[in-house]
Write a protein that binds this ligand. Structure first.
Ligand code: FAD
Ligand code: UQ1
Length: 416
């Protein structure tokens, strides 16, 4: 069995970035990362892979090449955390003890919770796809090119999801594709979300709604996809407020986003680890666990009340590093996370609205000279070409903690 100073559960966006920072600080032999996956995914690229702009291979690299060389990688799944005794157990039966624990397990997708969805996704001619899975993302692109007439439907489930803009991006991109292909008048577009709003930040939501109006995308709020029948090509929706009202819609193309949930092992390990919904219970400013001071959390598996994105994890990793370092030397955590998150809302094949905001759902934008609530070609290029570079060469190597410093530099002499 193993023991280490810093144990990191999950080698995704948050876990890998945190591992890089602590390996610089502590050197070889002090950091262990546990993750069963062969590959590390840069998930934000999946939106563009679904649209056929990038190839699937560009979104992943072998886990071994992305994790820091000075970290020890144990390729296994964590099955239980023992927070009172400072060790974890894995599927293969290893016990790994730690002085400090960083939980970065991400969020789970549950396709099986929508009746018929799994079968529809597996069927190559169903017209159903999902950008959230490497297995089903390429079907989006195939379905787009097969979309000649009828209804194209895009859904958002009745749970928190990662990158809350991604379901809408899939809709905009498909609409742009069909328009460019000269078939726009033969296809009807429907965006169906469980949420009461199109986007949680009013400043951007207004623009996004106008865009839907202009492009003739029908927006339906508070509606949840509950069933897919890929033989009859029907999708069933339930009104969130009136659960007995079920609407059946015919589709030619369906982009379905699954309900998501926190990793079950958190709540199963100890009720003290999680909040009422099962997310890791950490302080929203310091990222330190509410009950266990030697545990920190980062990313999608936490209860931080902000939108779950890689950009948010970038904003968190610098704060986590400073505060856990303080904890290690017996000091109080003093660095504070402001809830920064960002969502590059791709609205077409050469346009993007860069939403950036904080815990209060107020815009917290990096670029002072442009109106970020409008569509820009520059923001599309940033999303497509600059961000992947910043991710692979900056973030996962421990050199990118979000645009905080950049924003302050660009705003020198301005009020915000
Ligand atoms: P992840 O990166 O998902 O990592 C979790 C890791 O935990 C995985 O490697 C997994 O294998 C591992 N794991 C799971 N269970 C176990 C276990 N039991 N034991 C050990 N390891 C385990 N973000 C943006 O900022 N901008 C975007 O434009 C954007 N677009 C997106 C589009 C799509 C389609 C998707 C799917 C996501 C998008 N995101 C975007 C969100 C972003 O990818 C996530 O928020 C980010 O990856 C969260 O990082 P994380 O470390 O919390 O989780
Ligand atoms: C960001 O930091 C980040 O994480 C690496 C993303 O995820 C891919 C983003 O999409 C964005 C927009 C940011 C913020 C960075 C800048 C330069 C505004």
């Amino acid at each position: 069995d193993h023991s280490c100073k810093v144990l990191i559960l999950g080698g995704g966006t948050g876990g890998c970035s945190a591992a890089a920072k602590f390996c610089y600080k502590l050197g070889k032999g002090n950091v262990i990362v546990i993750d069963p996956a062969d590959k590390h995914y840069y998930q934000p690229l999946l939106t563009l892979i679904g649209a056929g702009v990038k190839q699937l291979e560009a979104a992943s690299r072998p886990m071994v090449s992305v994790l820091p060389k000075k970290a020890k990688w144990i390729q296994d799944s964590v099955s239980k955390i023992h927070p009172c005794n400072n060790y974890v157990t894995t599927d293969m039966g290893l016990n790994i003890s730690y002085e400090y624990l960083i939980v970065a397990l991400g969020i789970e997708s549950h396709f099986e919770k929508v009746k018929g969805l799994q079968e529809a996704l597996e069927n190559p001619r169903s017209g159903v796809s999902c950008n959230y899975s490497a297995n089903y993302v390429e079907k989006t692109c195939e379905n787009m090119s097969n979309l000649k007439e009828g209804n194209a439907i895009f859904t958002f489930p009745n749970t928190p999801v990662k990158c809350a803009g991604a379901p809408l991006k899939a809709c905009y991109l498909t609409e742009d594709y069909v328009r460019r292909a000269g078939r726009r008048d033969k296809v009807n577009f429907y965006y169906r979300t469980s949420l009461p709003v199109i986007f949680s930040v009013k400043h951007y939501a207004e623009k996004l709604l106008k865009l839907c109006e202009k492009r003739n995308i029908d927006v339906g709020l508070k509606q949840e996809l509950i069933e897919v029948n890929h033989v009859t090509k029907e999708a069933k929706f339930r009104q969130i407020d009136r659960p007995l009202e079920i609407e059946t819609m015919q589709y030619s193309m369906l982009h379905a986003v699954p309900p998501m949930s926190p990793p079950k092992l958190l709540a199963e390990s100890s009720k003290d680890l999680v909040d009422h919904a099962g997310y890791l219970r950490i302080n929203k400013a310091t990222l330190q666990h509410d009950i266990f001071p030697n545990i920190y959390g980062i990313g999608d598996c936490t209860n931080l009340p902000t939108s779950k994105t890689a950009a948010a994890a970038a904003g968190q990793v610098g704060v986590l590093y400073k505060n856990l370092s303080s904890t290690m030397s017996g000091k109080d955590s003093s660095s504070k996370y402001d809830g920064y998150t960002s969502c590059p809302l791709v609205t077409g094949f050469s346009s993007c609205i860069l939403a950036e905001f904080d815990y209060d759902l107020q815009p917290l934008e990096t670029f002072p000279l442009i109106d970020q609530s409008k569509e820009h070609r520059s923001m599309y290029i940033m999303k497509k070409d600059l961000m992947p570079f910043l991710y692979w060469y900056g973030m996962v190597r421990g050199h990118w903690s979000g645009p905080n410093i950049l924003r302050k530099m660009l705003h020198l002499g301005q009020s915000k």
